[in-house]
Design a protein around this ligand. Structure first.
Ligand code: DGL
Length: 359
């Protein structure tokens, strides 16, 4: 009898200890935000032949489950789960990929059990995807893009800390309502403003109007907030967008011929972004070709190949007279994203110019 009662007490004790451990785990998990990681590929999912291959490697090789398993520290700041949306190098993403990703983000953001979303992405075009999402996803929950300049197999790889920072920010209440963000190299950047400015080092990304803040050891330090319309304050909604119009870019440079503009005009673009030198300058010999693009019904938008600054309307070209639009401070690749989204609603040039001032 005595042995049985001792055994019974032992079992009861183990059961109680297990129950209390599970309860405290449940409380701990309940206390942590739920963050979903959507993986699309890129270098952050890349792998090189050796630790010395920081620039020579294959992108889009490592799956999201392996990324998460390789970083157990994520569990200290959030309850994390992953979805593999694509597994591609970002230069190869398409408009359809953009729509698929944005619609998945929108659906997850509506779920009450999702507090924040992280998107792992290639660095080459993350600035375009980030802008598209900030223009079209109606949520105030944090949506945080993250990438890396070196594959996880390289010495001083940057992906692990970038990903930890992204999950930490995505689970932060103070990151709500700031539009789509990008965490890279300790900085928190605005998805609208950020661009890749250097092609082979971890400090590759800058925003011409400055970072929004920094994230250090899981704590966010904010220094400014976006002023352009985004997410909840956007008139564009991914849930109502089924396709994106064809918008292309033609660059301006010394000796430029009209070949590209003519071909793009004939291809039936809905808008043509001209990435001119300086303040969006257009070579005299090119003006008539852009006028024909406009006369044939496409929208002409003057952007600049100069990384920073903004194009002044009616300065280098009589935009009012030609019925052209200026891209404000948007680089050609960003202007193309806004033009595609705007053209899902209007092709009125006065409305389009308003949209380029406001977003
Ligand atoms: N192919 C590039 C991309 O997927 C690799 C660059 C990177 O992700 O850092 O964007």
């Amino acid at each position: 009898m005595q042995a049985r009662s001792i055994f019974g007490k032992l079992v009861a004790g183990v059961a109680f200890a297990t129950l209390s451990a599970l309860t405290s785990l449940a409380h701990a998990q309940a206390a942590k935000p739920n963050v979903v990681i959507l993986a699309t590929g890129g270098t952050i999912a890349g792998a090189g032949a050796s630790a010395l291959n920081s620039a020579t490697y294959a992108a889009a090789k490592v799956g999201v489950e392996k990324l998460i398993a390789g970083l157990p520290e994520l569990g200290t700041v959030a309850n994390v789960r992953g979805e593999q949306v694509f597994q591609v190098a970002s230069e190869s993403l398409t408009n359809d990929n953009l729509l698929t990703l944005a619609k998945r983000v929108s659906a997850l953001a509506k779920q009450p059990d999702v507090d924040g979303i992280v998107i792992t992405h290639g660095t080459d075009t993350v600035e375009e995807t980030a802008y598209f999402l900030t223009l079209t996803v109606h949520t105030s929950k944090p949506i945080v893009m993250v990438a890396s300049m070196r594959p996880g197999t390289a010495l001083s790889a940057d992906g692990a800390l970038n990903l930890f920072d992204a999950v930490s920010v995505a689970g932060s209440k103070d990151a709500m309502g700031k539009g789509v963000l990008l965490t890279m190299n300790d900085s928190i950047e605005s998805g609208r403003d950020v661009s890749k400015n250097f092609n082979i080092k971890p400090s590759a990304f800058v925003s011409q109007w400055g970072s929004l803040g920094m994230v250090v050891e899981g704590k966010n330090y904010w220094f400014r907030a976006p002023v352009k319309r985004h997410t909840m304050n956007s008139e564009f909604d991914i849930d109502t967008i089924t396709s994106l119009p064809n918008v292309e870019i033609a660059m301006g440079y010394e000796g430029v011929s009209p070949t590209a503009i003519e071909a793009l005009g004939k291809s039936g673009v809905k808008a043509l972004i001209h990435g001119g030198p300086g303040n969006g300058s257009v070579a005299d010999r090119i003006v008539p070709y852009l006028q024909k693009v406009r006369a044939d019904g496409a929208i002409v938008i003057r952007s600049s190949r100069v990384p920073d600054g903004f194009v002044i309307r009616n300065a280098e070209q009589p935009d009012d007279k030609y019925d052209w639009v200026v891209a404000h401070d948007l680089r050609p690749q960003k202007a193309r994203i806004l033009a595609m989204v705007a053209l899902t609603k209007t092709s009125d040039t006065k409305e389009l110019q308003r949209i380029f001032w406001e977003y």
